[in-house]
Design a protein around this ligand. Structure first.
Ligand code: SAM
Length: 276
């Protein structure tokens, strides 16, 4: 199908958006093109899209890539997608809950080649989904996601700020994240209560080269376990060591004994990890 009007198709197929599944669709072609451009999609790319929705973004990705695997949990959208994606040979829609799929099952579908991940995500799956992709062995080259603006700020936060958290560090370990655009809530149908932003994360394997990812993950999670506590207190519980031992290790790594986890950059955590 060439051009279509989203509300006409939804009406024609008697499809009602499901709030619980975070179904806020985008139909503005300029915005959809801009998101695909932010993701740096090229003709030879394989793209994994999370959340097909009405297929509006899927089509634009398909116009610019070799192949799109698009995952959608809601089978009721099939009647909509039969219209909006008709004629596209390089799109495969998989009606599955991507969070419940095992890595093997996912790889069986998408194969062994490198891919770029793209998605306008429902807020409730953002963190688990992101962690799933960055902590897996998938050959993901980049991740471009539309998320609530507040979440976007957390993904790119600097140490010492309120938005800085364990997810910031999980992302920083994996690659280089930037907010590529802000998107008003009015661009969605139906409009949600908050504005959104597009975040692009480019994989950069040099970020923790030579370090054990699992070990750093544990350190970061322990450091952020209780935000109001000092780093020493958090590490004491996380590693079941005495407070004196935690302080000794923090000082040996070159930090003040009263420092809080949120003041440490990724480089600082790498230094501290030498003591754990
Ligand atoms: N990509 C479309 C767009 O930009 O208009 C739809 C975006 S909408 C915000 C998110 C979509 O993700 C919804 O269609 C929803 O049904 C789907 N979804 C929600 N949870 C999912 C899950 N666990 N696995 C796969 N799809 C999911």
């Amino acid at each position: 199908m060439d051009k279509f009007n989203l509300s006409d198709v939804l009406h024609q197929t008697s499809f009602y958006t499901n709030k619980a599944l975070g179904q806020n669709f985008i139909s503005d072609t300029n915005l959809l093109n801009a998101i695909v451009s932010d993701a740096g999609i090229e003709k030879e790319d394989t793209v994994v899209e999370i959340g097909t929705g009405a297929g509006t973004l899927t089509r634009i990705i398909a116009d610019n890539a070799k192949k799109v695997y698009s995952f959608e949990v809601d089978r009721n959208l099939e009647k909509v997608l039969n219209i909006t994606l008709s004629g596209y040979e390089n799109i495969e829609v998989i009606f599955k809950d991507v969070l419940r799929m095992k890595d093997d099952a996912l790889l069986e579908i998408i194969g062994d080649s490198n891919f770029k991940m793209l998605g306008n995500l429902p807020y409730y799956i953002t963190t688990p989904l992101l962690l799933r992709f960055i902590e897996s062995d998938f050959k993901v080259d980049s991740i471009t996601i539309m998320v609530q603006e507040e979440v976007a700020r957390r993904l790119i936060a600097k140490e010492g700020t309120e938005d800085y958290s364990s997810i910031t560090l999980a992302v920083a370990m994996w690659g280089d994240a930037t907010i590529t655009r802000k998107v008003s809530r009015n661009m969605f149908f139906p409009a949600p209560n908050v504005d959104s932003a597009v975040v692009t994360i480019k994989r950069n394997d040099s970020k923790i080269e030579g370090y054990d990812r699992k070990k750093i993950n544990k350190l970061v999670r322990s450091a952020f376990a209780m935000r109001r506590k000092t780093l020493a207190n958090n590490l004491q519980s996380g590693y079941q060591i005495t407070k004196e031992e935690a302080i000794a290790r923090i000082e040996r790594a070159g930090f003040d004994k009263n420092i809080r986890g949120e003041k440490l950059s990724l480089k600082d955590f790498l230094m501290l990890s030498e003591e754990f």
